[in-house]
Ligand binder design. Structure first.
Ligand code: GLU
Length: 445
């Protein structure tokens, strides 16, 4: 076993050993078929952003996805219709109520959020249904792409819930009576029952959560399942509403977007870090897996994964602030040295985002004798620039130029370039020496 495999698998095994003996909670029995689950089953799985898979225990035991389907069908609705349209039908407020509560907005009857049954039934109903692409086919396809393999339906669980799901039918009729159900309640609920009966494993759940954490691209298959903004929107609703009436406490203590289901599945996503899936059918009073909750809570605490606990303060972005006469390539001649003295050089490294771009611009403002003279920005060691950072650097350079400071950029990979760049674009060169030479020449001329 390699070092990484050993370290991560060991962490999962420790959690498994720590909580496998906990037998608090009850297996759900209001859907008769779910009562047949093995109360001792316990599986943990984690998938990294590089698609590395780690698991222990019953991570490949199949069970039905139940409410863990809700964020993914919400993602599908958002992808097809957009946030504004979906929000006309389903709100995004934590309800503080149980999963099957009549949690509808006063006045409009709009369900509070897509993570409780009322909101999930409406979300399912929003998925387009056409002869060429029937609603459930689209849902199964979407869940499968999130998991990275073809999923199927547990027909026995479906039949069991269809037989006993009157409360969900009642909810659907109630919603239609107040306005916001765009389709026949019976059809909407039948599709919702089928979606809840899709069979998954803890490893599938980890892949699904990892896809959300990875900005909508499945890290196992490379498939872009939903656009990045949709993945962020879904994680936001999971963070505030994913754990039903204990969502606030979960965000406070565990600090990760999550979603639980009554069959014992639980997902948690560390944005840009990992997806986790757990399976243990013993549920707490709120309908969430007891051992899953304990395991993810402990992992978050041990590895410092709480979202609000900012572990990712960017390392040094600006690696050098100097003047060109101090560079090894500076000429020896006195006259040229003096000209080089007027050229400040700021070098940056790594991936530049908003925070990093702010640091770079601040350093450029300050560089040079009392913040005057020419300034060269060296991007040779920059590995990536996102669209926000590019726009900030371009406008910062333009502002410096407008203030009378000559600027040039060492940007061999054209990271600052934009399509349609004209004369007003930043002056970019292949090397730092060329950028400096241009500024020195400007000064001479
Ligand atoms: N199919 C279940 C129901 O609608 C899902 C509930 C859950 O997993 O929380 O009752």
């Amino acid at each position: 076993m390699s070092a990484a495999t050993g370290a991560v698998t060991d962490a999962l095994r420790e959690l498994h050993a720590e909580f496998a003996g906990v037998d608090d909670g009850e297996v759900a029995d209001y859907i008769p078929q779910l009562a047949l689950a093995d109360p001792g089953a316990f599986g943990l799985a984690l998938i990294s952003m590089d698609g590395h898979r780690y698991s222990t225990g019953d991570a490949e035991v199949p069970f039905t996805v139940q409410s863990v389907s809700k964020p993914f069908v919400y993602a599908l609705a958002l992808s097809v219709l957009g946030l504004d349209e979906v929000s006309r039908w389903v709100n995004a407020e934590p309800s503080g109520e149980a999963f099957n509560a009549i949690s509808l907005e006063r006045g409009t009857g709009r369900p509070d959020n897509a993570m409780v049954n009322a909101g999930a039934i409406v979300t399912t109903a929003l998925i387009p249904d056409t002869p060429a692409a029937p609603r459930f086919g689209r849902i199964l396809d979407c869940l499968s792409r999130f998991a990275g393999r073809r999923l199927d339906v547990d027909e026995e669980v479906y039949a069991s819930e269809a037989l006993t799901g009157d409360r969900n039918r009642a909810l659907a009729y109630l919603i239609r009576s107040t306005g916001p159900l765009p389709v026949d309640p019976v059809a909407a609920v039948e599709t919702y029952f089928r979606q809840c009966s899709v069979r998954v494993t803890a490893l599938d759940l980890a892949a699904m959560a990892a896809t959300l954490a990875h900005g909508g691209v499945n890290p196992l298959t490379g498939d872009r399942v939903v656009p990045e903004p949709v993945a962020a929107q879904v994680l936001a609703v999971m963070a505030t509403c994913g754990m039903y009436d204990s969502s606030g406490d979960w965000l406070l203590r565990v600090g990760l977007p999550a979603k639980s289901g009554v069959s014992g599945g639980l997902i948690a996503a560390g944005p840009a870090r990992f997806g986790m899936g757990t399976y243990s059918p013993l549920l707490d009073a709120g309908g969430s897996s007891v051992r899953g909750h304990l395991a993810i809570g402990r992992l978050s605490e041990r590895l410092g994964l709480h979202l609000m606990h900012n572990p990712a303060l960017a390392g040094s972005t600006v690696t050098l602030v100097t003047t060109a006469d101090d560079l090894p390539s500076a000429p020896a001649a006195e006259r040229d040295r003096a000209r080089h003295e007027q050229v400040a050089v700021v070098a940056a490294q790594g991936a530049l985002d908003f925070t990093a771009a702010e640091r770079v611009l601040y350093a450029m403002d300050e560089a040079g004798p009392e913040g005057t003279g020419a300034v060269v920005l060296d991007l040779l060691r920059v590995t990536d620039i996102d669209t926000v950072a590019r726009a900030m650097l371009r406008s910062g350079l333009a502002r410096l130029t407008a203030d009378g400071r000559r600027t040039a950029v060492a940007d061999p990979d054209g990271r600052l370039r934009e399509p349609g760049d004209g004369a007003a674009a930043p002056r970019c060169f292949a090397t730092r020496e060329e950028a400096v030479a241009r500024c020195v020449a400007d000064a001479a001329g």
